[in-house]
Ligand binder design. Sequence first.
Ligand code: SF4
Length: 336
Amino acid sequence: MQWKKAAFYQRKGIALLCTLCPHACALTDDGEIGFCQVRRRNGKHIETATFASAVHYLDPIERKPFYHYKPGSKVLTLAAPGCNFRCLYCQNYRLSQFGRTPQALWRAEPVDPDSIVSTARKHNAAIGISYTEPSLAAELTLALAEAGQKKGIELIWKTNGFLSSYAIECLAPYLAAVNIDLKSVDNNKHYALTGAPVKPILESIAAFFEAGVWVEVSTPIIPKINANSVSLRKIAQAIYSVSKDIPWHLIRFTPAFKLQRLPPTPLDVLEKARHIACDVGLQYVYVERALGTKERNTFCPQCHYKLISREIWGMRHNALNHGKCPRCGLIIQGRW
Ligand code: SF4
């Protein structure tokens, strides 16, 4: 495990205040570690262990999932261990919950940004940070952006969106697209599920959108927690209040980590969620890996022409004509 000087902190009295996320850890003692377990105080500095990755995967962009960002393209995915959430259902807990559970061992290797950019360029891929919480790898993101900008390589995140507004301001200019998880808009439920309040996430969806970053939202539909009509409608309305054009991915819950006692999401609940989202007015609603390929296709919101068809893990056909529906000419929002 290699520690590097971090960029997001300020002095506050005898403490060093981490300014990266809304937990706002004030580290007073030398060696003290933040809630995320991957940032610590070292003398007059905060340092981070996240200039490292446990994976180097070349994936279809659809796997993140991104459906309106360069469909059919590839993404070279990294994962710096650590998370500022402790989601009860985390499928990646062996990486993300480093420092909190003995099953999560440190498996990451230091990253050389130039070498990652070269690999991404060779495969004509973007660079993504996913599986764990990418915002904790803020310094790595900035270094990859600096190396990638010279070569035209874009950066994307699959994130929980739990960043300070200062961090969003610093990082948004370097991100092409973010897929943000929104688990519930009920603060108590959100806190119970993740260990964090929901307001910063709602703010970050709006902030990234306003900053011009392409935003998609994902929600795991979890029985007995957020799978009822009232919860689903509130989530859909929260997304709609930012933009009706933000794609919403409904993810089937599968029992994992500390929520093994719950059943997988029933298919009729996913159907119901999709109907609610459409009723609220969201234009692009997708159901991941549960209801067949139709629910992963993109249809024109105006004339219902099939624009993009997808396999389980990738794109099959893209009929968009310079970002417009070839039948009615409607501009389809996305980064094509
Ligand atoms: S990034 Fe880590 S150390 Fe910083 S405020 Fe968030 S949880 Fe605390």
